[in-house]
Design a protein around this ligand. Structure first.
Ligand code: SAM
Length: 282
């Protein structure tokens, strides 16, 4: 297999490991070795990664505070034919990490931006959570203050998709207590802590049981964690709003029985449930 060769005038968005260094990809190593410069959140942190892979290359800082200033500079460097890698301290850049402003700017300037995919804590946690993965929402970091956190959680109480959050384990007891108060103690949650590292722990249970578990074991309040909350379970007898909208239109034009049969066919809903709804509507 040949080494991957970088193109000039291209920004490579390179994922790096979230713990276990073996999770770096060969393509990431090739790109980091060949680009003209590596833009990184913390040059000292990235230099440790480069040293581990025996990569000798130039770095430049790119973090939340200088990202907007850097975007013109990076665009100019690419226009002059340089190739650049963008990395964050760990995982996939832009995912709760810097890079969004740069990538948006370069896309608007029609410059080449290429992903070099790899580790991402949210996706790693989701993949082993045992919660539904067909539809999910990534919610980033929860607020550190309880009032703001409760308000975010309250707004998500009806969300039916699996929800993925980043949070600090030292706040885990307070966060899970807020989940119990806002979403109920029966809601299933998963704590995925220290993924790919020595003390990797994935614990799934109801919110109230997870709260008790955290309160008994101070070790669970260390390191880094992803928190996943099961979406609100759907009531199998609930009639979807689209079916109700269709039913209302049809009922104005035809007998309720026929309207229900058509709406049930279109939306895959039980005819009897719709008929009962149509009767209640009168
Ligand atoms: N861009 C990164 C990614 O792709 O996962 C995320 C960066 S964000 C600043 C850092 C947060 O990601 C941590 O606070 C934690 O919530 C989560 N995280 C990172 N590494 C982790 C790990 N090894 N285990 C569990 N969570 C992790």
């Amino acid at each position: 297999m040949n080494q991957f060769t970088v193109n000039s005038g291209t920004l490579y968005v390179v994922s790096t490991p979230i713990g276990n260094l073996f999770d770096i990809t060969q393509r990431a190593i090739d790109v980091l070795s060949q680009v003209d410069v590596i833009a990184c959140e913390d040059t000292r942190h990235t230099n440790k990664l480069l040293t581990a892979f025996n990569i000798k290359n130039k770095t430049m800082s790119l973090h939340d505070h200088n990202e907007r200033q850097r975007q013109e500079q990076i665009a100019n460097m690419l226009q002059q034919g340089q190739s650049i890698a963008l990395v964050s301290d760990a995982g996939t850049p832009l995912i709760s990490d810097p890079g969004f402003h740069i990538v948006r700017h370069l896309r608007r300037e029609n410059l080449a931006v290429v992903p070099v995919p790899g580790a991402c804590a949210a996706i790693a946690a989701l993949s082993v959570s045992g919660l539904a993965t067909d539809r999910f929402s990534f919610e980033g970091f929860l607020p550190s203050k309880s009032t703001a956190r409760q308000s975010v959680l309250a707004k998500l109480a009806e969300e039916s998709r699996t929800m993925v959050f980043y949070d600090a384990p030292r706040r885990a007891i307070d966060t899970v207590a807020d989940i119990v108060s806002q979403l109920g103690g029966a809601r299933q949650i998963v704590i995925a802590r220290e993924l790919t590292k020595t003390f990797e722990t994935v614990h799934a249970d109801s919110a109230e049981n997870v709260l008790a578990w955290l309160q008994q074991d101070a070790n669970q309040l260390k390191g880094e964690m992803v928190l996943i909350i099961e979406g609100k379970p759907r009531d199998p007898d609930a009639i979807p709003p689209e079916a109700i909208a269709t039913l209302k239109l049809l009922v104005a034009e035809m007998k309720p029985k026929k309207a229900c049969a058509i709406a049930a066919e279109i939306h895959g809903v039980k005819k009897n449930a719709l008929y009962q709804f149509a009767l209640d509507m009168k």
